[in-house]
Design a protein around this ligand. Structure first.
Ligand code: GLN
Length: 255
């Protein structure tokens, strides 16, 4: 029997809430490595700090997608995890594409980023089809690209994270990069691009987790989610000292 994911968490503010956000984490059972779950925790927690109620559920292979969602998050995984979700992703793909076109913000890290593209050609010579939400294609490379990475981005300033992938991603004309690599390899170690953006979708290789060290990106996703939910984004001024300290340490570390 299929279920509408698993309700993981629900928070209702004591003061009258500024809105209610429905967050869904995609495929946490198979795609959730190198601390990617931290992205979801940051989104849920910052939404509360900004005065919004949060409903968080998971969506795994065989589940039913909820009828409404305001924000989607998905993590990285090994090639084997990507193999396990591929059929289900083909089934959920049309809905995910329609939601993204409707303005639902999406954050997809590494393995899921690859599968939001057209396809991933593995080192074993097999092809894992993607859903074509992002105009990008990935091929396994000869070595792994591993280490701290820093990007320059137009909308978020410098973004810091940690990459660990063998896939080499090439963007098509329908996607723009998330940023330009300052230190690290990014999409493919060749063209200086990292990640991809289309609609309100961000695909990126940055684990870390990404959002604890990049609160500007977290709040951008939340703002888009609030707008999608029909509300107005009225953020609280938050103390991000810890995040800034973590960024400074990550940037100072050798690769
Ligand atoms: N299996 C993919 C690769 O190595 C994704 C890895 C990941 O999600 N960290 O390219």
């Amino acid at each position: 029997m299929s279920t509408v994911g698993t309700r993981l968490y629900e928070h209702t503010t004591e003061a009258p809430a500024r809105g209610r956000l429905r967050l869904v984490q995609l495929y946490p059972r198979d795609m959730n490595i190198y601390g990617d779950w931290g992205n979801t925790l940051v989104l849920a927690r910052r939404a509360q700090w900004h005065g919004y109620d949060v409903e968080l559920s998971s969506y795994d292979v065989g589940d039913e997608l909820p009828s409404h969602v305001d924000l989607l998050v998905g993590g990285g995984g090994q090639d084997s995890g990507q193999e396990r979700i591929k059929e289900d992703l083909a089934r959920s793909g049309p809905t995910l594409r329609a939601w993204a076109a409707d303005g639902v913000p999406v954050l997809a890290i590494c393995g899921l980023y690859q599968l939001l593209g057209h396809r991933f050609l593995t080192g074993e010579g097999s092809q894992i089809p993607g859903i074509g939400l992002i105009d990008a294609e990935t091929r396994a490379g000869q070595s792994r690209l591993i280490g701290n990475i820093t990007l320059a981005t137009e909308d978020f300033g410098d973004v810091v994270g940690y990459e660990n992938h063998s896939g080499l991603t090439t963007l098509g004309p329908g996607a723009r990069p998330l940023g330009t690599v300052r230190v690290g390899d990014g999409n493919n170690g060749r063209d200086g691009t990292e990640g991809a953006r289309v609609h309100h979708v961000i695909g990126t290789y940055l684990h870390g987790s990404l959002l604890p060290k990049n609160p500007v990106v977290a709040d951008w996703l939340l703002a888009r989610a609030v707008e999608h939910a029909g509300g107005t984004w009225e953020p609280e001024p938050l103390d991000d000292t810890w995040a800034h300290n973590a960024r400074a340490v990550a940037v100072s570390r050798p690769r």
